[in-house]
Design a protein around this ligand. Sequence first.
Ligand SMILES: Cc1cc2nc3c(=O)[nH]c(=O)nc-3n(C[C@H](O)[C@H](O)[C@H](O)COP(=O)(O)OP(=O)(O)OC[C@H]3O[C@@H](n4cnc5c(N)ncnc54)[C@H](O)[C@@H]3O)c2cc1C
Length: 544
Amino acid sequence: MPTAPVRRVPGRLLAPAPGWTTTADVVVVGSGIAGLTAALRLRGQVGKVLVVTKDVLAAGSTQWAQGGIAAALGPGDTPQEHLDDTLVAGAGACDRAAVEVLVTEGPDAVRELIALGTNFDHDPDGELSLTREGGHHRDRIAHAGGDATGAEIQRALIAAIEQAPEIEVIQHALAVDLLLADDGGIAGLTLHVMGEGQRDGVGAVLCRAVVLASGGLGQVFAQTTNPAVSTGDGMAVALRAGAVLRDLEFVQFHPTVMYLGPDSRGQQPLISEAVRGENAFLVDWDGDRLMQGVHELADLAPRDVVAKAITRRMGESGRPHVWLDARAFGPEKWERRFPTILATCRRHGVDPVTDLIPVAPACHYASGGVRTDLWGRSNVPGLYATGEVACSGVHGANRLASNSLLEGLVFSRRIATVLPGELRPLLPPARDTRTAGLVPSDVRRDLQEAMTGLAGVLRSAEGLADAVGHLDKLAGVAADAVDQESWETTNLLTISLALADAAALREETRGSHWREDFPDRDDTHFSGHIDVVMHDGATAMELA
Ligand SMILES: Cc1cc2nc3c(=O)[nH]c(=O)nc-3n(C[C@H](O)[C@H](O)[C@H](O)COP(=O)(O)OP(=O)(O)OC[C@H]3O[C@@H](n4cnc5c(N)ncnc54)[C@H](O)[C@@H]3O)c2cc1C
């Protein structure tokens, strides 16, 4: 096993001194399913709840979710079966107790979402319409608007927040760093607000607890299904405050993301697995079926198997993508079953009724994040984490399809159960002696290319060492501007280094982590977790 590395990254982000100060009892960072559920559940229990979000309320991943939300709601289905499927997908790295929480509390959590006003699709007989996705042995995915589940959930949550004037919301407010009290626990956070009047620029919010619900890290890679706000901020902010990050190496790459051309970076359109579920299939440039003979489930093999096969074929052929053939659906099925995907393809000049869709793998979901217990608590007193920013232990080495919206719902409800009883007093922030630094925003593209090429779908010791060498060089470049782009890029760099180091340390193939040089799962080696911690501005790995 390689030695656990130590890397120097900024211990806090270089930022102007706060120009304004305000107070709240609880600050929720993020306004996706996890953040808004936490805020709605906490109101009336803890005094003032403040939601801060770095763009508009709907800007996170939640609104992009297509397939749906998984829960044992159908006739004959049980939490136990949902648990079994989740543990298999997690490849021996799930926390069983966390999965038990997810599957037993999941059905009630979804019913509560329905009671809140979310319009899920129903069968003609009026029953909730449930579908199946890869890895599930039952029809247990509730969906809305066909393939627009996330947009409907986000709409319903925003409508509920708008009906709750006691919850204060600040949009265009980026959490920069946490403020810590003398005891190492939460005293508040610094924010950058693009506002006007009294709250403009960098300010401080003094508070008694922070709920991080800031989503994933997709923008670490050159192509991702995640929106622009998914820059891993919450993970980096928590790490700098002393929180433990876990399982960062387990990143799910979605195999069928629409290829938009050689210069296309950032968020790319997802072509849901459900399209292959309806018998669409992958072909290469010679028109040969790609997945036949690769796996017994062919085009419906697990996501990581399909992503790996596509990446290999792209490498062999020197082509930047393969093709998805769904022409057999015809116009009626496309319009009824996948209206959003159809419209997206057409917007990009591809008519899937008559054309093949160009597709390639792209980063989709971070299974790791801020390590929490079963109640969403991190190891920093007063700091909670929920949703994609958190590592609650439910996904292990690979997320089961449609379990992530559910995770945000269930664990935000749990946080709202315990947090009111353990609120800290409002404590003054200690003098911050952490070293401040910032890298310039123009290293972002370099960083993303290195991560995609060397730490993406297929990994090896050599490639990961090259990635880390490259990132280390970028870490030595100092920013000449202090702005949102530089803060985000510094967060991306911090998380990329930790992710690449963790991937190098895990010398085995497990779940979504594929090592070309260690192709087997190795339960004798170590089957536990890789934690990342920061001391005095240096990240270090620990095996847990
Ligand atoms: C295309 C796509 C399809 C998907 N399909 C499914 C699916 O069918 N089923 C499923 O279960 N999951 C799906 N997922 C995953 C799922 O959508 C996400 O895991 C989930 O929505 C995450 O919710 P969240 O509330 O944790 O984060 P998000 O919804 O990403 O919200 C994060 C919030 O934090 C804010 N934020 C970020 N950084 C800061 C900062 N520094 N300061 C202040 N605010 C900040 C963002 O602006 C945003 O409001 C999909 C994801 C994508 C991208």
